[in-house]
Design a protein around this ligand. Sequence first.
Ligand SMILES: [Zn+2]
Length: 271
Amino acid sequence: MSEKVILVVLDGLSYSVAHQCMGYLNGLIKADSATLYQLECELPSMSRPLYECILTGIPPVKSGIVNNEIVRLSHFDSIFSLARLAGKTTAAAAYYWVSELYNRAPFVATRDRFTHDELLTIQHGCFYQIDSYPDDHLLLDAEYLRSQFNPDFLLIHPMNIDDTGHKFGFDSPQYRNAARHADIILSNYIPTWIEQGYQILVTSDHGMNNDRSHGGTLPEECLVPLFVIGSKFAHQPCDIQQTDICGTVCRLLGIDPLDKPVCDALLQGDA
Ligand SMILES: [Zn+2]
């Protein structure tokens, strides 16, 4: 069974909008090919702190990445570093803050925009710096990384849903349509990923509020989706925390999660 994992983090996507607007992903659920869970994100409900949370299993108040302006490398093992330790290949098509957390900080676009270095934590990367970088271009970047470098772990991190939420707010047609658009883009790739045996997780760092921001404890900014697709998932009801994602992905990759929490109930018994 394949141990390759694709983690899609759709930045700024609220649970309710994922549940109501993403017809392709919900169609996979109807066809018994996916399961949707609701996660409550850690606090503050902000991007850089929660990239760190998702990728290391450490909540912001413990990681020290407590706001978006903290520009430094992570102090903790991540899915990337643990995968590298096990001799696996890592890649990311993501916002530049991910490069700053795990490869090099601060980001130097002329050096880091396209990264290929076997010795780095994220060995292969396409990193973008503008929030309006089109999601469909980002998915093409990801597919380039996947097809050219065959990574064991691939992070895909589009930003347009969050960007649209900051412009129009949570309860807006534009925000909902950005989610619908991401769902359509994903529908062009997920069938191939399933066919090739990837274990796929689609989640978000945080949601969005009607003040066109996020950071606090409102349900619309804290409740986020987790869709799981693949034969190594149990596809049964369970209670999963955002801090469990890192260790659980390690388990899917067949590597030691060390002291990271794992949501065993999310996985098949033999995963
Ligand atoms: Zn945001």
